[in-house]
Ligand binder design. Structure first.
Ligand SMILES: Cc1cc2nc3c(=O)[nH]c(=O)nc-3n(C[C@H](O)[C@H](O)[C@H](O)COP(=O)(O)O)c2cc1C
Length: 242
């Protein structure tokens, strides 16, 4: 097993021996990272501090993450289940949220889209490590309208608009060169024109049924509050054991 090194500030990190991003690591036997520790943040979550509306509660935490997380505070794990009950998970970027739900954009012919076609039950997960916070959202995914997608699409840089046309997301391809060639072809095709919205690309809204806020605390005595949507649209709030 690879050695575990101790860094400054009391945090312990695996000793990677420098930048090792090329898959040339020597850990044939794996790594033991059981000594990794997180330090306490001092944040607590009390019942009386919770907003009755989980979207407002989420906004507070999200604003904090935006101010403190250096990269992609809006990155969320997005879990789907296929029609055989097998789960898949991947990262997507939250683009906006409101009382109706949480919206991200993707390819409507991708693996995740096929999963949703067969089973709209999905889950989202945010983890903001610096604040020791996790938000878990369960709900149903629904496609947003083409008009709503278009509004977002036209706000994107031209390169991303072209990129949406280029990739048959989740399909097997033989080489990177193929992608690069297709990018140039699409770029040429729409030269001096507006890039139209591909019919196979758009947004999903995850309409939440349950939202859990998890605040890490010392000694594994974490705070967890689960909001569950009631038939009348209000939210029941329950504390869960950590
Ligand atoms: C930080 C990050 C952000 C991503 N954001 C998106 C996104 O917003 N939409 C998207 O379709 N894929 C996004 N991806 C790529 C997905 O994780 C995934 O590879 C892709 O959507 C295909 O997933 P699928 O084959 O399960 O459908 C992102 C990946 C990372 C690491």
């Amino acid at each position: 097993m690879s050695a575990i090194g101790t860094a400054a500030e009391g945090a312990i990190f695996p000793d990677m021996g420098g930048d090792d991003t090329t898959g040339t690591g020597t850990g044939h036997d794996g790594m033991n990272v059981s000594d990794l520790r997180r330090s306490a943040t001092g944040f607590v979550l009390d019942r009386e501090d919770l907003n009755e509306n989980p979207i407002v509660q989420f906004e507070g935490w999200f604003r904090h993450a935006c101010a403190s997380v250096p990269m992609d505070p809006n990155a969320m794990s997005f879990a789907t289940v296929d029609s055989d009950g097998r789960p898949s998970i991947r990262t997507v970027l939250l683009k906006y949220f409101d009382a109706k739900g949480f919206v991200f954009f993707t390819n409507y012919e991708s693996k995740k889209a096929i999963d949703i076609d067969g089973n709209a039950n999905v889950a989202l997960l945010f983890f903001w490590s610096d604040a020791a916070r996790q938000v878990k959202i369960r709900g149903k995914a629904e496609r947003i309208s083409a008009a709503e997608t278009l509004k977002y699409f036209i706000s994107r840089p031209r390169g991303s608009q072209i990129g949406a046309w280029v990739s048959a997301q989740s399909s097997v391809i033989s080489s990177r060169a193929l992608l690069e060639t297709k990018f140039q072809e699409v770029k040429q095709k729409f030269k001096k024109k507006e890039v139209p919205l591909p019919s196979f690309w758009g947004g999903y809204r995850v309409v939440p049924q349950q939202i859990e806020f998890w605040q890490g605390r010392r000694n594994r005595m974490h705070d967890r509050f689960q909001y569950s949507r009631q038939d009348d649209g209000t939210w029941e709030i329950e504390r869960l054991a950590p």
